[in-house]
Design a protein around this ligand. Structure first.
Ligand code: ATP
Length: 361
């Protein structure tokens, strides 16, 4: 089921101050894909989700779910939440503590007055799907956080929604469980082939789960693309910075040589992945730490080379994170955990031109 949002605006007035939570959102969410709204706290993700669900009334614009207009100011349409055919999974599991797993999952069907035999069959099917069979009689609170979130997912799925919406569903889980549950969710949603809208401010979650990501800022959508497009070929500096660890350096385009774009920046004259920017224009060089090869000074070969000195090293488990001082610029790089390089060592960073990405200034 495709979702279309056009010209959506929403403002709040709080303590005499007006906040534009949504500032003219135009968005098409393709059918049967996992679509993520990603952005910093307060950028309007939850407000957009709540408008699609019908828990919030926009100021203006239009929302369609499939062929049906569910909200339109111009046409005076406001379809109530329960008639929009949606399932929702929230940050707080929102499962009922006094009920068993079975009763929690059965609830949406009971409210609809479905026959008992049909409810039993459908609940058994979704519990099997989320791998909770055998736990039907257990009070829902006597489950792990990950299992409780699966109960919430089962309850959202039991009524066979056209669309399922997730608002930061993993943020109450600890890091390890969060990763496991994320993988499970990806698998469940892949098998279902349902349209899913997922809200998060966690970039790793967005990258790992999504078919498409919309990055939001201050009530607007800055950029939409696949995880790879957003990570490797962002068009905007804000997006490149938000989606992953990045060294961002102001640059000026100097020309084209051998199919590469040449720039001048505080790190010197560098060859970069080609971009269509006129000579003399300002750009931002984006260097991801994982593409910077760190070697003792003089031992590097090939690609662009940047000389510097290790200013700090932090052991973070699988790698060391290194801060390299190159002139006035401080660059983040990584070295293997067993690297002999130490703080104070003179080093050369090499980076291939195709890994020097240019984004708008
Ligand atoms: P978070 O990741 O922190 O949940 P978000 O991106 O989901 O943030 P929203 O919750 O949509 O952001 O909020 C967008 C803006 O609207 C914020 O500035 C927020 O303070 C404001 N806002 C949201 N709900 C209300 C409300 N009921 N009353 C007043 N202001 C609100």
């Amino acid at each position: 089921m495709e979702i279309r949002v056009e010209g959506l605006t929403k403002h709040y007035v709080s303590e005499g101050r007006t906040v534009k939570a949504l500032d003219g959102i135009d968005l098409t969410i393709p059918a049967n894909r996992i679509f993520t709204l990603l952005g910093p706290s307060g950028c309007g993700k939850t407000t957009l989700l709540r408008c699609i669900v019908g828990l919030e009334t926009p100021d203006d614009g239009e929302i369609r779910i499939g062929d049906q207009v569910v909200w339109s100011r111009r046409q005076g349409i406001a379809v109530p939440t329960e008639q929009r055919g949606l399932g929702m999974v929230f940050q707080t599991y929102a499962i009922w503590p006094h009920m068993s797993v079975f009763d929690n999952v059965a609830y949406p069907l009971q409210v609809r007055g479905a026959p008992r035999a049909q409810i039993a069959a459908k609940v058994a099917e979704v519990l099997r799907f989320v791998q909770l069979e055998g736990l039907e009689k257990r009070p829902a609170t006597r489950l792990s956080g990950g299992q409780q979130q699966r109960v919430a997912l089962a309850r959202a799925l039991v009524a066979e929604p056209k669309l399922i919406l997730f608002d930061e569903p993993l943020s109450n889980l600890d890091a390890k469980l969060r990763e496991e549950t994320r993988k499970e969710l990806r698998r469940f949603l892949g098998q279902l082939g349902i349209t899913a809208i997922y809200v998060t401010h966690d970039r790793v979650e967005a990258l790992a789960l999504s078919d498409s990501i919309a990055v939001m800022r201050a009530g607007r959508i800055v950029e939409i693309g696949s995880p790879q497009k957003i990570y490797f070929h962002a068009d905007h500096r804000f997006v490149a910075d938000f989606i992953g660890r990045a060294n961002l350096v102001d640059a000026t385009v100097r020309g084209t040589e051998g199919g590469l774009t040449e720039i001048d920046c505080a790190l010197g004259w560098l060859a970069c992945a080609p971009v269509d920017l006129p000579v003399g224009s300002a750009a931002t060089l984006c260097l991801r730490p994982e593409f910077l090869q760190l070697q003792p000074e003089g031992q590097a070969s090939g690609g662009n080379q940047i000389r510097g000195r290790i200013e700090a090293l932090e052991f973070v488990g699988e790698v060391n994170e290194a801060e390299i001082r190159a002139g006035d610029t401080l660059l983040l790089a990584r070295t293997p955990a067993d690297s002999p390089l130490r703080v104070g060592d003179a080093v050369t960073l090499s980076v291939r031109p195709e890994h020097c990405l240019l984004v708008s200034a």
